[in-house]
Ligand binder design. Structure first.
Ligand SMILES: [Zn+2]
Length: 293
């Protein structure tokens, strides 16, 4: 699943690669992937027109065809774009393709056919599920320390990993960078937001900004083709059993709401400490029972 740094990189690459060239053909190989809200077939609607802008909103890519038409794409778990040169091998299972007059083709590939594309009027996202409910954009000037404090105050009963990973709260942080952010902030993923001191909430806000900037820079530096997921720079994500790069303790993996999370138990200690009173008899007084038996 592409995350914000991947999306920034892909949108930037595609802006240079696919804008300003007339569409020669729009191919729909997997109709289940496309929702066309116009009463004309997509080929008829788009052929001869040009993509003018490539942007994004949360996990959604937005290709503008002038001001009247948009192709909105959510790659979901396994979808990816490929900017394919003539003669170059196609990257897996093709769902949609836009062929351009310059001979290049923009492919949407997904063997699971879970990616979703929507052809909608410009800036009209009423038929794009999930886009209207996106939370505060963490890349926007609105994402201040003060705004994040308010977010934390409203979500005190949630585990911190669940809160920062919820796209209706923050737009948007995926699983990989959520782990990296909590590692940077030194916060255990299962900590209840209400138990995090105010100073640490501010530190968490700083970690969201700095880790995303770092991720964007690392993905840019890796300079891979857009279909490649760049994760080599991760410090805890998928590093279960490996030494923490900061303290050397063994990185652990645990489940939070059915998702794997990775963290360093020493750099990110649990705040809810379970103090054990060694002078108290064991629960149920089973020790005595055993002695009597
Ligand atoms: Zn550590």
């Amino acid at each position: 699943m592409p995350e914000l740094p991947d999306i920034v990189y892909i949108a930037g690459k595609l802006t240079g690669a696919v804008t300003g060239t007339p569409v020669r053909e729009f191919t729909v190989k997997q109709p289940v992937v496309l929702r066309n809200t116009f009463d004309r077939p997509p080929g008829e609607l788009l052929t001869g027109r040009e993509i003018s802008t490539v942007g994004f909103k949360g996990p959604f890519f937005i290709f503008g065809f002038g001001e009247t038409t948009e192709l909105v794409v959510n790659l979901m778990y396994s979808g990816r774009f490929q900017h394919q040169r003539q003669g170059e091998k196609q990257d897996g299972h093709l769902c949609l393709a836009i062929s351009f007059a310059d001979g290049f083709r923009l492919n949407l590939c997904d063997e699971n056919k879970m990616a979703k594309a929507y052809l909608v009027p410009g800036n009209d996202h009423t038929h794009v599920p999930g886009i209207a409910s996106l939370g505060i954009d963490i890349e926007s000037p609105a994402f201040t320390a003060e705004a994040f404090r308010a977010v934390a105050a409203r979500n005190g009963r949630k585990q911190v990993r669940v809160m920062i990973n919820d796209h209706t709260i923050l737009s948007s942080i995926g699983n990989a960078y959520a782990d990296e952010i909590l590692f940077e902030a030194g916060i255990h993923p299962k900590t209840l937001v209400s138990r995090i001191p105010a100073a640490d909430i501010d530190r968490l806000h700083g970690a969201i900004c700095s880790v995303m900037a770092w991720g964007i820079e690392e993905v840019r530096r890796a300079a891979q083709p857009i279909q490649v997921k760049v994760r080599g720079h991760m410090r805890v994500r998928n590093r279960h059993g490996q030494p923490c790069p900061r303290c050397g303790a063994t990185i652990r993996r645990e489940g939070v709401r059915g998702y794997d999370v990775f963290f360093c138990p020493r750099c990110q200690p649990a705040t809810r400490r379970h103090f054990i009173d060694w002078n108290r008899p064991p629960a149920g007084d089973s020790g005595q029972d055993a002695a009597r038996g």
